[in-house]
Design a protein around this ligand. Structure first.
Ligand code: ADP
Ligand code: MG
Length: 706
């Protein structure tokens, strides 16, 4: 066990410098390293003849070099090595950029294996920067197998990660991390830990990889289930501040509208918890636009009437500002004093906000994680509400909880987590669901469109604006840092990181350029605004305020508007490159419109891969039900979106991204029930490792729930 907690900087051949790079990837200990799962695999086992190659595929080709590589320079100064190779069916061109060493590594007449992506135009085939090795020297390491691809950081390369992982595997021997009791493993037919770790990193074949993956996913889900159950059991015994409500009539009648039955029900459920003498830990789940804010405000109101304070934490400045306005609107007329505390406030305003909290002058404070800062103290904090709670890390939420004496907690989420997953992630929370939208909402009409229709969409936007409506244009998501592997040079590691063109600032740049283009070329007569994540909070506020007031007709935005933003007059959202987004994310974005009485529209611009993306996007056209969409997303992409490490404190679960079926989730859950029924305190020997794993999560979250 202790071996696994050893820091990798002490491993042979790793050292301080490299360990620092690993740390950037979240890898500090041997255990982290073993659980640093590949983000993908390349199938280098498929061989093809040159004549059979088709455009875009990644394959291995066995071919003879007809000459040794010729060196030259591109006009932009890059070194270029060109090579022609052949087999008994045809010729292929191979080119290498900035790898002049290939001149010596490849000699005329030799047979080599080349693995890479094919570019085929007409009769000729081309491979750029392939991985290669000499054929038949028996030492094939790079080709002819399923190869792990790890997420990288500059300075590390694929080979050094691979080698370090291999070393770790060797060191841990027969004792890799293993929280699965033997009985569970047997009952569900799961692979041994050793097999799983070996094959997740260095799969023998795809079948073994599948078996390994199933086991590891099961284990994570199982540990999460057990943790949730135990948290719930522990909480049952703690006592909280009793908040007594005498009905919500006064609050409801001050509202500009009639609350829905679902809103009333959720308020009542939470009010019962608050009055119970125990500590409320409730999740309020409701699809976008279902009106969760009202429920939060009702509870804050009753808490204030009892002489206690409420902290409401939103994940972004944008949302905090919006919620502040809403809370003021709902609560100020009732004599509840609402304050705000966000990072963008000036020093003095911050100080005043803090003072008002300590003195008890403020009843409800709305803010961002600035609420968590040192020096933010409450006179009598009794309720903590977090909005869009999946955006917060475990420790952040825990920190807010520490500011009072076991305050009641309400977490609100619009991310429609599939029910099965919710049971695991939030198995320790009571759940209220807003399963009903406020009346009078027309469902958003959704279309997917190709480039051909672009003009018409612009015209449509123009028409809506002329009718007094407003429009969002959402820009592409940030591209991931891409890694490509280059063949190793004889001396060095040779494998480098390439940043795809869309990394870093380019999201920003694209949004800016796009806004400019829309303003100058497409909608010169309208007012086009821009909001993106890298703006200063104050600029963001200004951009939003101008959109809310109707001064701006068209708002170009990145996904910063994804959650919660509420502008009922917006009636059209156009999402560029919609296929880059997950379905649930698209559903969230779509939720920015259809929030008022106007018929609203969502246009999903399809990117390049036509048919496939159309099929996927059709799911959105088919339903407005966030849960249905989430289930479809889960089927298609796996639960990665829901299982970000931020959520539950198990850093290595990243790789669950690659898919767990609902069946596995249920199995893991019932296995957890079985084990806990037999051994509630996890005291049995066979559950010892499990208990350690569970304790580790507890520790990471300060003993607070999710
Ligand atoms: P979400 O659940 O997505 O956070 P909000 O709380 O932002 O939803 O509410 C969405 C919109 O619906 C807001 O403009 C809000 O004022 C409005 N709303 C909330 N409840 C009702 C209701 N019962 N009747 C009419 N409109 C409502
Ligand atoms: Mg909301």
């Amino acid at each position: 066990m202790s071996e696994l907690n050893k820091e990798i900087k002490y491993l042979k051949g790793v050292g301080e410098a490299r360990a620092r790079l690993f740390k950037k990837l979240g890898v500090v200990t041997l255990r982290d390293l073993l659980r640093y799962f590949p983000r993908d695999y390349e199938d280098r086992t498929v061989f093809k003849k040159i004549a059979e190659l088709s455009d875009g595929e990644s394959v291995t080709v066995r071919a003879v070099a007809s000459d040794s590589p010729r060196l030259s320079r591109t006009p932009r100064g890059r070194e270029l090595a060109l090579l022609r190779v052949y087999d008994d069916t045809g010729m292929m061109d191979v080119r290498f950029f900035n790898q002049s060493y290939v001149k010596d590594a490849i000699s005329a007449g030799g047979t080599y294996l080349f693995y890479g992506k094919i570019l085929r135009a007409g009769g000729s085939a081309l491979m750029t920067n392939p991985v290669f090795e000499r054929d038949g020297d028996g030492s094939s390491v790079k080709i002819g197998r399923v190869t792990p691809i790890y997420r990288m950081t500059a300075g590390l390369n694929m080979r050094s990660v691979s080698n370090t992982v291999a070393l770790a595997l060797k060191l841990c021997g027969d004792a890799p991390p293993d929280a699965l009791p033997h009985s569970v493993r047997k009952e569900y037919g799961l692979a041994a830990a050793r097999f799983a770790y070996e094959n997740i990193h260095f799969p023998k074949d795809f079948e073994s990889l599948k078996i390994a993956r199933r086991r590891l996913i099961f284990e994570d889900l199982f540990v999460l289930s057990v943790t949730a159950r135990r948290r719930r059991a522990e909480r049952g015994s703690s006592s909280g501040q009793a908040i007594i409500s005498e009905g919500f009539g006064e609050f409801y009648s001050a509202l500009p509208f009639e609350p829905t039955a679902a809103q009333k029900r959720a308020v009542d459920e939470a009010a019962r918890d608050l009055a119970s003498g125990g500590v409320m830990a409730r999740m309020l789940q409701g699809d976008v636009g279902s009106g969760k804010t009202l429920v939060a405000a009702a509870l804050a109101w009753t808490v204030a009437k009892n002489g206690f304070q409420t902290a409401f934490m939103a994940p972004t400045e944008l949302l905090a500002e919006q919620h502040f306005r809403t809370f003021e609107e709902f609560l100020s007329p009732l004599g509840v004093r609402v304050g705000r505390l966000t990072g963008s406030l000036g020093v003095k305003a911050k100080r005043l906000a803090r003072e008002a909290l300590v003195s008890g002058e403020t009843d409800v404070i709305v803010g961002t994680h600035a609420l968590l800062s040192e020096g933010v103290d409450f006179r009598a904090l009794a309720l903590v509400i977090t909005d869009e709670q999946h955006r917060f890390g475990v420790s952040q939420r825990a920190a807010l909880g520490q500011k009072g004496e076991s305050p009641h907690v309400l977490v609100m989420s619009a991310t429609p987590i599939p029910r099965t997953l919710a049971l695991i992630l939030y198995g320790d929370l009571d759940v209220s669901e807003l399963n009903e939208l406020p009346p009078g909402r027309k469902s958003v009409m959704t279309y997917s469109a190709g480039e051909r229709l672009r003009r018409r969409i612009y015209d449509f936007a123009r028409r809506l604006v002329s009718e007094g409506r407003q429009v969002y244009f959402v820009c592409p998501a940030v591209e991931e840092i891409d890694t490509i592997e280059r063949p190793a040079s004889p001396g060095g590691d040779g494998i480098e990181i390439a940043r795809s063109p869309g990394t870093g600032d380019s999201e920003l740049k694209r949004a800016r350029e796009y806004a400019k283009q829309l303003q100058t070329e497409i909608f010169p007569e309208l007012s086009v605004g821009l909001v993106h994540g890298s703006m200063k909070p104050r600029e963001k506020d200004a951009a939003m305020a101008s959109f809310i007031s109707g001064e701006t007709d068209i708002l170009v935005a990145t996904t910063v508007i994804e959650v919660g933003v509420d502008v009922p007059n917006a009636a059209l959202i156009v999402i560029e490159n919609a296929d880059r987004f997950g379905l649930s994310q698209l559903h969230q974005l779509r939720g920015r419109v259809g929030r008022g009485e106007h018929q609203s529209y969502c246009v999903l611009m399809r990117g390049a891969d036509g048919e496939k993306s159309r099929e996927r996007l059709d799911i959105l056209r088919g339903t407005n039900d966030g849960f249905e969409i989430a289930e479809a997303d889960l089927r298609q992409r796996g639960p990665g979106d829901f299982f970000g490490s931020r959520q539950h404190g198990i850093p290595a679960s990243r790789f669950i991204e690659q898919g767990a079926e609902a069946g596995t989730i249920w199995d893991a859950r019932s296995a957890a029930d079985t084990v806990l029924a037999r051994d509630p305190g996890l005291k049995l020997r066979e559950n010892r490792a499990l208990r350690e794993a569970v304790d580790a999560i507890f520790l990471a979250s300060d003993g607070t729930f999710n």
